[in-house]
Design a protein around this ligand. Structure first.
Ligand code: XIL
Length: 342
């Protein structure tokens, strides 16, 4: 009986969604989420939110090196293509993530041996095969992800070790393969880390001076309720001043960043989170319209957040939708912010 009633309520809810307001109807820039094809196939509530609440899509994992290029002579685009198919069937923009990263690299790449030319050929081939495969489907690419450490030095990785000037080359290769794609440098945690921020700004200046195609900056925005507004504002301001497209590319706002096992998601934690989300959306609205590539949430609901899965933080509630994929109260606050926008 309880189940029948619950089913009825869900149905009614879905029917009335027709008149409901959506963030995507009210903000003039794309609003996206990173998606997982398994959850799309297995979880109806997840799929429903993915379908109705967003107009942009990023593959959470399935366009990364490890997934699309499992062996030196074999690409596997099946799962990435599933995401593309879903996005196309539901008229969403697709953002490509990511061509070069130090993480989620297949074993054969980490074990690769050869001289600088062989390394270059290997990376160029990867970038160009992937970019060509998704050409005309993705609007943009995170070409290089997380290349700098907090102190602003280049992150040690197989790429920085084996390929001199790999960042510039990667942008050039991606551009050759898909000349229409908007090419991003993507990174996290620039707030409170002025050296990291400066390294990114220096990279932009250098690439522009060398006429290497870079078109956008991805600010991941994995932040928390204690992140400082002044520091975030400064990062946003400095990024925007480059004149490049700005993507808040992986937004989530953690409420329990220290993973306290006794944490309770109280009203005051929800209020602090709401305030931080409002601040982020307001800051994004202040970016000149022609630079607004969009805001992408990292995952759909708290249940599928990577903070729970990857970081094993069960008491984390970073997103707009709760464990049952219901909108949280903070959703309406963001809707209110959007008034007069579109
Ligand atoms: C994360 C995914 O969410 C996890 O499922 C995966 O196990 C590890 O990667 N910065 C990025 C994303 O650029 O690709 C990461 O995604 C989160 C941090």
């Amino acid at each position: 009986m309880k189940n029948i009633l619950l089913g009825l309520l869900i149905c009614l809810g879905q029917i009335s969604f027709g008149q409901e307001s959506f963030l995507t109807d009210h903000f003039p820039f794309p609003i996206g989420a990173s998606l997982n094809p398994r959850l799309l196939a297995e979880n109806e509530s997840y799929e429903y939110r993915a379908k109705t609440e967003f107009n942009s899509v990023t593959a959470e994992n399935h366009m990364k090196m490890m997934m699309v290029h499992p062996e030196a002579n074999r690409f596997d685009f099946n799962k990435g293509d599933e995401i593309v198919k879903f996005a196309q069937a539901t008229q969403k923009r697709i953002h490509g993530h990511t061509l070069v990263w130090h993480n989620q690299v297949p074993k054969w790449m980490t074990e690769f041996s050869g001289d600088a030319q062989a390394w270059e050929n290997m990376l160029k081939n990867h970038i160009q095969e992937v970019a060509k495969h998704f050409k005309g489907q993705v609007t943009g690419w995170d070409v290089v992800n997380e290349a700098f450490l907090d102190d602003g030095t280049l992150r040690p990785s197989i790429w920085s070790k084996n390929i001199p000037d790999y960042i510039a080359k990667s942008f050039q290769w991606a551009h050759e393969a898909d000349p229409n794609a908007i090419l991003f440098y993507n990174d996290y945690g620039q707030d409170g880390k002025p050296k990291k921020m400066q390294a990114i700004l220096n990279l932009v200046k250098e690439l522009q001076a060398r006429q290497i195609p870079i078109h956008g900056l991805g600010l991941q925005m994995h932040i928390n309720i204690h992140s400082k507004n002044e520091e975030l504002a400064s990062v946003i301001h400095q990024s925007q001043a480059t004149g490049l497209a700005i993507h808040f590319s992986e937004l989530d706002i953690a409420v329990n960043p220290k993973n306290d096992s006794t944490f309770v998601y109280t009203e005051s934690a929800q209020e602090a989170q709401k305030n931080k989300y409002e601040f982020i959306f307001q800051s994004y609205q202040s970016i000149p319209k022609k630079q607004q590539y969009g805001i992408t949430f990292w995952n759909v609901g708290d249940k599928d957040s990577w903070l729970r899965g990857y970081f094993k933080r069960p008491k984390e509630y970073p997103l707009l939708f709760d464990e049952s994929y219901r909108r949280k109260p903070l959703y309406s606050s963001l809707l209110n912010l959007s008034k007069n926008e579109k």
